[in-house]
Design a binder for this molecule. Structure first.
Ligand code: CP
Length: 314
């Protein structure tokens, strides 16, 4: 593993998953890997789980960690090549990333999409600059299009919870009050469409189709009830339109998951990456039910990061 930005970087996902389960069973057993190593974490956007689980993962591995809130704690960074920097930006990403690379052995970066310029977002314009200027391995803490640490944590959660060899997993769109990125659902598709013990189905209102590059031919079922029939796991998430880029084209409240939606499932376990808008995306009754795995899922963010750090630092 050279960098960790997508499912493709995971290499042999079964081996990586097995490694994660072993690390979870013995979280302090690999401290020699992180000895005298530093993990740098740069956030251009807010975070609770990614920030704290990444620091905890570094500590578990015997490494040190520093966190920078780019822009807020540092100089305002210029992203454009060839910019005449006579405006509000004070330091170019070129120097900033090259300098910060000298202060760590692996660099995690969070850069959200604009949701305005699909071409710039889907070409990972900003993240690719970071990959270009970094001189150490880079981990995506959520880029413009993907959130691989979240999907890896989701995979760990499903693998350790499932009661049978093959399982059905459904990704369902959920309503929201704001336009959100497609990173989490893109990434969920990027990973779960590849897992050979998962029957994967995506459900959303028409117009919310994700980039086929990530859905990779997975079954799309527009009837949410039909999609949920017999499912073992359901992951709910809002996203804005990919086609009508960044727009909220429907906010149908009937898509909010309630216990009635779970009637036709195989007593499905519930997943959500968090943060979640209660009683907008999902009802209290789902989140507070014994079938909700959201806290366990967030806990597994430590082990997805710790496993990736282990691979990059070993
Ligand atoms: N799920 C997730 O990435 O949470 P944060 O945005 O709080 O890091």
């Amino acid at each position: 593993m050279k960098n960790f930005t997508s499912f493709a970087d995971a290499g042999d996902y079964k081996a990586l998953l097995q490694q994660a389960l072993e690390i979870k069973a013995n979280p302090y057993g690999y401290q020699h890997i992180g000895k005298n190593k530093t993990v740098g974490l740069i956030f251009f956007n807010p975070s609770l789980r990614t920030r704290l689980s990444s620091v905890k993962a570094a500590y578990n591995l015997g490494a040190q960690a520093w966190v920078l809130n780019a822009g807020a704690d540092s100089w305002t960074l210029e992203m454009a090549d060839g910019a005449v920097m006579n405006g509000g930006t004070q330091e170019h990403i070129k120097e900033a990333i090259a300098v910060m690379s000298q202060y760590c052995d692996v660099l995690g970066v969070r850069t959200f999409p604009t949701l305005k310029d699909r071409e710039a977002d889907y070409s990972e314009e900003v993240f690719n600059k970071i990959l270009k200027y970094a001189t150490v391995p880079v981990i995506s803490l959520e880029s413009a299009t993907l959130h691989p640490l979240q999907s890896f944590a989701d995979l760990i959660t499903v693998a350790e919870t499932k009661q049978k060899e093959r399982v059905k997993v459904v990704l369902t769109w959920a309503p929201h009050v704001r336009a959100l990125p497609q990173c989490v659902p893109n990434s969920f598709c990027d990973w779960f469409s590849e897992v050979d013990w998962v029957d994967f189905v995506i459900t959303h209102p028409e117009g919310y189709e994700l980039d086929p590059k990530f859905t990779k031919g997975a079954r799309i079922e527009y009837d949410q009830k039909k999609a949920l029939e017999g499912t073992d796991f359901v992951q709910a998430k809002n996203w804005s339109s990919y086609q009508d880029y960044g727009q909220v084209i429907s906010n149908d409240p009937s898509w909010m998951l309630t216990p009635e939606h779970m009637d036709g499932t195989n007593d499905a376990k519930f997943l959500h990456c968090l943060p979640v808008r209660r009683n907008v995306e999902v009802s209290d009754a789902i989140l507070d039910s014994p079938n909700s795995l959201v806290i366990q899922e967030a806990g597994n963010r430590v082990f997805s990061m710790q496993t990736v750090l282990h691979e990059l630092l070993k």
